[in-house]
Every structure is written in C-alpha cells, then in structure tokens.
Design a protein around this ligand. Sequence first.
Ligand SMILES: *Cc1c(COP(=O)(O)O)cnc(C)c1O
Length: 394
Amino acid sequence: MSQAEKSGVERSERGYFGEFGGSFVPPQLNAVLARLDEAFQHYKDDPEFNKEYDFYMKEYVGRENPLTFAERLTSTLGGAKIYLKREDLNHTGAHKINNVIGQILLAKKMGAHRIIAETGAGQHGVATATACAMLGMDCTIYMGAEDTRRQELNVFRMELLGAKVVAVHKGQGRLKDAVDEALGDLIENYESTFYLLGSAVGPHPFPTMVHHFQSIISNESKRQILEKEGRLPDVVVACCGGGSNAIGAFSAYIPEESVRLVGVEPAEAATLTKGTPGVIHGFKCLCLQDEEGNPLPTHSIAAGLDYPGIGPEHSHLKVSGRAEYYSVTKEEVLDAFQKLAQTEGIIPALESAHAVAYGLKAAPQMKQEEIMIINISGRGDKDVNEVKLLLSQN
Ligand SMILES: *Cc1c(COP(=O)(O)O)cnc(C)c1O
C-alpha cells in the first residue's frame, strides 16, 4: 500500500491511463479538482476559447515555430534525416508557455483573478509570471527557501514581472514544501484562486489538461513534416522531466503505429527506466522511491528534469510498450549541447540536449531515407554559465 492510500486520502475514478494517474488528494481538494475538470471539459471544445488560445499562441508566443531540417548535423552523423521542432523560439524560450497561457485563459473563464504556482528552478515560475503580467492576473509563486537562494536571478525576474515570490522555509525548503504551501493556499482561497501546474503530472485533471495544451507541438510538427517530406517521421524524440514537452511532441503520433516514440531521461533521474509504481504528489506513476514509498532525491544537471516521478500517461505508454524510454549520461548531454551549437548554431537547453544526445547515438544506426524529429524544448542561454563550469571541471 502506498503512503497516500495508507493516509486515507480519497481516490477518484477519473483520469486513469491504464493503472496510472488518478487523484490521491485530501478530501478538501476533491471538490476543487472536480470543478476544474468540469470547466476544462467544457472549454476545451469551445470555439471561442480555442480562438482566444490560438490568438495568444500566434501574437504573443510567436507560433507556429519552425520544424528546421538540421542539414549539417544530419550529414555529420550520416544516418536518418534529422528535423528539429523549435520550441526554443517561443517567447520565454521554451514550451512551458503553451500550457501556462491555456490554463490562465481557463482560470479567467472560471472567474479566478489570482494565479498561484510552485516552482523549483524557477522556469515554470517565470513562464507563469510572464503570462500573468500579459493577461492582467494577480500572481503568487511559491518557492523553497533553498531554491530562492540558488535561483536568485529567476526570483528577480518573477518580481520584475510583477509576481509575488513566497520563500517557503518549512521542511527542507525545497520544491515539495513549496507544493504543500501552494496547496494550502488553494484550499483556503479556491473561489478566487487557480493553481497552475507546470507539467503533465499531479492529480486528475492536470495531466489531461497539460496534454491538451501541449499537443499544439505535434499538431504543428505533423502538418509541417507532411508538407516537407510528404510522409510521417519514423521516430520522434523528446526529453522527459514531468513529461509535458514529450507528451506534446508525441500526442498527434500516438495513433500512428509506424511512428516510434522515444522519451529521454537523465541517468541520474531515470524514472521510467528504473522506477516502480507508486503514488507521489497526488497521482500514481512510475517513480524513484524508497521502501516506504517516499520519493528519492535526484540530481540532474538539467533542473527541469530533476524530478523523481513522471506523468501518468508516460508511465502507461512505457508499460504498454507504445513508447520507449532511455537514459543518457551527463557526459553525453554535454557533448550533445556542444555538437548542436557547433553544427547548427542552436544552443539547446540542457534538458533538450538529452533528446539530442539520444539522436546522436540513434541516427547513425538508421537509414538515410528515414526521418527523426527531435523536440528542442527550450533554448540554452540559461545554461551557458553552468556548462562553462562543468566543462572546466573535466
Ligand atoms: C521544464 C522544462 C523541461 C522539463 O519539463 P517537461 O514537463 O518534462 O517538459 C524540459 N525542457 C525545458 C526547456 C524546460 O524548461
């Protein structure tokens, strides 16, 4: 029995992907999540709502972004044709904004005027603060006190964007403690407040909702590859932290059985390659846990991948065999980071460099007429200091 089941939290039947997902939350949150699910189910098919979402995707985020043929990388490797889906070109430099804007628009429809979110390294917090500024929403970001010290510049960015950053001193002052504080706030203020989750994780309906808003990535790439090549890709590759960019990059191809789907994790947080079923943060997934079901600490060089769990849908895609997941080492990631910069003039986020690292190994094993799409989830400007330091240590 998991921690959550032992502590007697309620379990809802909705939102399962095979045996994974669901909603394991304190009873006070059940009604809040049910109301959210109802609103999402209604608005996701509402033409007005979708028109508004598309408007901001185009005019603010800068979509659609290109599917770039990586000509020099392809010829250097001598195998499959490599295309890069350029989420790095979005406003704020990553895919997170797709989901953040979707959820804030939904919050407005639900009558909320205040957004709260938690952030670890600050990337989700910055994306949330950005979109709240643009859409005129009050914004509070919870962050572990330890993380506010390590990510001083992101704290300043969020404040510059008009957000209130609350440093959480309870517990170990890390992400988990920030999540607990944010949930406490939500329970108290649910009528005015919307809790914005940043990845394809958490209790139902969050994984389904994040899938929906991020599916714009593969809806675009499918249209683009059909235009450029007249056929579907053979493989789509994306990095996995909580799994939102990957589920967005896979979504349109899940029913296309000829397309292989590959998720890539850090060897130091290899949830899908090494994890076991368990309940963390309100949902069931494959996760890295100790014998009592507590999440194990992870330490990836890519802050966005440093999470001991993974979205429930990926857990199911792995167990059912529809998608494959591999891990890559820190050395392979640093090599891929430099190689993409030097062959294509694109400095990827360290997270995205995990997907590139898999591509560097797999593409040469493939035929020249085969096609690989790599999702470049974000740009690497934020990581150059860290990479400089890591390379100087070698
Ligand atoms: C946050 C982040 C990730 C990891 O999150 P997912 O939900 O797994 O996509 C990956 N890449 C970038 C650039 C990020 O900012």
